[in-house]
Design a protein around this ligand. Structure first.
Ligand code: OGA
Ligand code: MN
Length: 318
């Protein structure tokens, strides 16, 4: 944002996508300080639109981390521990940034060349998910900044509105999920591939991610959202309170419901776009990338707070 002197509430313009969620916020330079008043406004917009897009942001990793502070502080990605355990060294590898709060989401291999498959998600599709749902306290949100993106080479990212997914469930469906929790798969990355050092689970007992309520309450709005997290082929996320087959059948129906087209908005990246999404009330998915073209994104997670369960009447009433 060349020429902008100072960020202010008055200088911003909000352009809703017109889809089920998302808005572009214009008139800000996030490499510059954000006042308390502006911070309040941005958090309000985030609560309203769930996904915010800021274009033409010329940012360093330090600027991205400073932006994370605006929205509640940073959280270290769950995947970092897997990479460190597998012998990747912080700051020496593209996978593990020297900043604990930054992850590189890139399709470059160890030689810096675009590749279809890497130790991360590479150029593969990232299936619908919310970030780090496999940890006890998942991040409230995510910042993703595009350094390099392909030209007409895939890698578009879609988001969907999980308040609406909940609201549009039939009464029968709502009754079927009442009081239930999902145990979240912590063994696979978002392309459905096993993480470094993880082994293919032989039964669902080997899925050791935490159990979270299927419906959570968003602390900013007090409203209910469907919280499915992630699910892959084979032994994966499951409903804690139900036998395998019955639970799998219900999950398949819920996933089909939650990922319908009308709940969704898709972004086609340009270099230096920054997107902030809410992991409490949205899911996201990424199309496969043309593996001959580089795609390099920098990501910071926004610190989470303990999940408020819709099944906890006291918390839900507050
Ligand atoms: C992520 C993610 C999607 C993308 O970083 O959590 O899902 O477009 N990224 O790279
Ligand atoms: Mn993600």
């Amino acid at each position: 944002m060349v020429g902008l002197v100072e960020n202010s509430v008055e200088s911003i313009e909000v352009v809703p996508t017109g889809a089920a969620l998302g808005a572009e916020v214009r008139g800000l330079d996030l490499s510059k300080p954000v006042s308390d008043q502006l911070k309040e406004k941005l958090i309000e917009l985030w609560g309203e639109y769930m996904v915010l897009l800021f274009r033409n942001q010329d940012l360093t990793d330090e600027n991205i981390l400073a932006t994370a502070e605006v929205f509640g502080g940073q959280q270290i990605a769950g995947s970092r521990a897997f990479f460190l355990k597998a012998g990747y060294k912080a700051g020496e590898s593209d996978r593990v940034s020297k900043h604990a709060g930054i992850s590189l989401v890139s399709n470059l291999d160890q030689n810096g060349k675009p590749a279809k498959v890497t130790a991360g998600v590479g150029s593969l599709e990232a299936l619908w998910h919310t970030d780090n749902s496999y940890v006890e306290v998942p991040p409230n949100g995510t910042l993703l900044w595009s350094e390099i993106v392909p030209t007409n080479g895939g890698g578009e990212t879609s988001f969907n509105n999980q308040y609406r997914a909940y609201e549009e469930l039939s009464d029968e469906f709502k009754e079927a999920i009442e009081g239930k929790h999902i145990c979240h798969d912590n063994l696979r990355n978002t392309a459905g591939r096993l993480r470094p050092t993880a082994k293919e689970p032989e039964s669902r007992n080997e899925i050791t991610g935490p159990a979270h309520p299927i419906v959570r309450i968003h602390p900013l709005t007090g409203k209910r959202c469907l919280y499915l997290g992630r699910r892959y082929e084979g032994n994966s996320s499951y409903i804690d309170e139900m036998p395998d087959e019955e639970g799998d059948d219900l999950l398949s129906k819920l996933w089909a419901h939650a990922t319908q087209e009308h709940l969704c908005w898709t972004h086609d990246w340009h270099p230096h776009d920054l997107i902030l999404w809410d992991n409490r009330c949205t899911m996201h998915q990424r199309n496969p990338v043309d593996h001959t073209q580089a795609r390099v994104m920098h990501r910071a997670l926004i610190k989470g707070e303990p999940i408020i369960s819709a099944w906890d009447e006291q918390a839900a009433a507050e």
